[in-house]
Design a protein around this ligand. Structure first.
Ligand SMILES: Cc1ncc(COP(=O)(O)O)c(C=O)c1O
Length: 424
């Protein structure tokens, strides 16, 4: 879809920033009637110039031969590749500081396809808890039906809990993956990715497990897990990257070799992103930094307000981690910001939390996060309701917990809305 001219990351010696590269990287206007923006390639299949071309494209796509120097994968069929996805994937890889990226139909498509590619019957996935409700269901209810066990450790248990979980896993079978959701949805618990790397390297059962990090909560702006030692980073692009609550998509970034089995699995499962969603995501990427920065500033203001409110029992905003909290040094090293999604507990229980949620007027009562608008939800009865109540309590998902995803409205309006909802 482009020659090297459109893949330049340097201006002289100057390294161009991701936000600059989002305006054109990987797209050659002269291949598309000089259109400034990439067209949406609404097509299921691509015409081969010759039968030999078709044969060679398939050979490469199906891994039947090595790529020749400077060879670009030929376009075949939109389940295998599509220009919109290729440009999008090049741009997502820039944000994730990765060699490559694969775009998926949803965050869950990215997570499940990646785990299918690495797990084998008899193997174990060691994962942090809590994880997003859908991931929890996949790990605890679906993968066991295929002989894959999952062992959970609490995010707040630190490296010790992770190491103990790995010891327990070893008694069952080889560890296929260390799966970390950090910060965790909805508790903002933090897992030390560097410690996970050390643990993975120390396991001597013939195979180093792949480290997969779900980076949905902070997005690529505030955390780059590959730089910390992860092999793969999965993201629900539905959230901050899409950013407008108008699409569902996912991504997985990493080294090309680590992505290869996932690419093959995606082709067969058909879990890829569609071209139109890919195009929308490219549009969103142009404002990613602006949106996430503004939302993070607003979140800080809202968190400060909640922190001092008499009807609020606790605020789980990452910027409030006390100096002596064990997560504090990990947060400072691993994260570049506190993001804009956090939970707070009202005094009381579910009834009090529901009353506040029902009174909100500006803030919308909806699940999801990372959009331009502020959303409030009740994890225990909504996104994480699949998790049994006693386990929810153990993971910190209490009945009084409200999750807020702060958008880019005027923070004073959001504070006024929370003020009237908490006061009445
Ligand atoms: C942390 C996290 N990971 C993954 C997902 C799943 O993403 P999607 O809804 O795009 O499948 C979500 C969705 O809320 C999430 O919050």
């Amino acid at each position: 879809m482009s020659n090297e001219r459109w893949r330049k990351k340097l201006l002289g010696n100057r390294e161009l920033s991701p936000e600059t590269l989002m305006m054109g990287y990987g797209y050659d206007p002269f291949l598309s009637e000089r259109s400034l923006k990439p067209p949406v390639f609404h097509t299921s299949t691509f015409v081969f110039r010759t039968a030999k071309d078709g044969k060679e494209f398939f050979e490469l796509a199906y891994g039947l031969r090595q790529k020749r120097p400077n060879e670009e994968p030929g376009l075949i069929y939109s389940r295998i590749n599509n220009p919109d996805l290729q440009i999008l994937e090049d741009r997502l890889a820039i944000w994730d500081e990765a060699e490559n990226n694969l775009a998926f139909a949803s965050g869950m498509a990215a997570i499940s396809t990646s785990l299918w590619a690495y797990a084998r019957p008899g193997s174990v996935i060691v994962h942090s808890g809590p994880v997003y409700g859908g991931t929890d269901f996949l790990l605890k209810r679906i993968l066991p039906q295929f002989g894959v066990t999952s062992i959970e450790f609490p995010a707040e248990g630190g490296a010790k809990a992770m190491e103990e979980a790995a010891d327990r896993a070893h008694e069952i079978g080889p560890i296929a993956a260390l799966y970390l959701e950090t910060p965790a949805n909805p508790t903002n618990g933090i897992v030390d990715i560097r410690r996970a790397r050390l643990l993975a390297e120390s396991l001597r059962d013939g195979r180093t497990p792949v480290i997969i990090v779900d980076n949905t909560m902070l997005g690529p702006l505030f955390q780059t897990p590959l730089a910390e030692g992860a092999d793969l980073v999965v993201t629900s692009l539905t959230k901050y990257v899409g950013g407008h609550s108008d699409l569902i998509a996912g991504g997985c970034s990493g080294a090309a070799a680590a992505l290869e089995p996932i690419r093959g699995m995606r082709t067969i499962l058909g879990t890829m992103c569609d071209p139109h969603t890919g195009w929308l995501l490219m549009r969103s990427l142009e404002t990613l930094k602006l949106r996430m920065t503004a939302a993070a500033e607003g979140a800080r203001r809202v968190a400060d307000y909640l922190q001092n409110h008499p009807a609020v029992a606790s605020v789980w905003y990452l910027g409030f981690l006390p100096e002596d909290h064990p997560d504090r040094p990990v947060f400072e090293r691993q994260c570049k910001g506190a993001g804009s999604t956090f939970g707070f507990e009202v005094k009381g229980g579910e009834a009090q939390a529901f009353a506040v949620l029902d009174r909100l007027e500006v803030i919308k009562l909806a699940v999801s996060l990372g959009g331009t608008e502020t959303l409030a939800s009740h994890p225990a009865s909504m996104t994480h309701s699949d998790i049994p109540p006693e386990e929810q309590m153990r993971l910190g998902i209490t009945p009084a917990l409200i999750r807020l995803s702060v958008g880019i409205e005027n923070p004073d309006d959001l504070i006024a809305d929370l003020d009237q909802a908490l006061r009445r």
